[in-house]
Design a protein around this ligand. Sequence first.
Ligand code: DX5
Ligand code: ZN
Length: 219
Amino acid sequence: MASKLIAPSVLAADFANLQRDVEMINHSDADWFHIDIMDGVFVPNISFGMPVLRDIAKHATKTIDVHLMIVDPDRYIKTFADLGSNILTVHYEACTHLHRTLQAIKAEGMKAGVAINPHTNVSLLEDTIKDIDLVCIMSVNPGFGGQSFIENTYKKVKQLKEIIDRNNASTLIEIDGGVTNKNAKQLVDAGADVLVAGSYVFKSEDPIQTIKGLKEIIS
Ligand code: DX5
Ligand code: ZN
């Protein structure tokens, strides 16, 4: 089985010590940087935008996984490619022409991801699954870090895994929101490949050890 990945969410970092926190991830057992971009319209919060991502990318030495929580994401696909995104994830609920959006992301040389809100059924991805490199199952309502994990997520992971296998797709399943040492094992057992963790990593006393611990639980 391919190895399972940890993607710390920079949303929970200390923005006044951003370079320190980026270097911490560089030197940890983490696999990816998870970058949350919020526009205050698709979600009721604004995180940070292009200049901050540009500076993160200057220092980051691992895959940059960008999660766009914005309306009409097509407007910014090229911008995010130029900023150094390796994976660009858009929300199913924000795309009228999802298939076209996925092709546009790939045309810019990035992997294409689709995020789904807790209320969105995984079966809606059946017809695009072969075009999707990563599905991000939101295990909280997007917009804020530090929320509690929604238990219904396990069922969604299993259902999505079944769709991926049935279609012979190689799509990765990412889980985003409320991930801790308490649910990590059950999530990978259900079929998850990538776990995003924000508060659990950054609010811990020793983030390097916390990441190492998560990695041990899932490998
Ligand atoms: C929520 C974001 C998440 C968030 C996760 O809208 O998409 O990536 O940073 O944070 P935690 O792990 O604290 O739930
Ligand atoms: Zn996210």
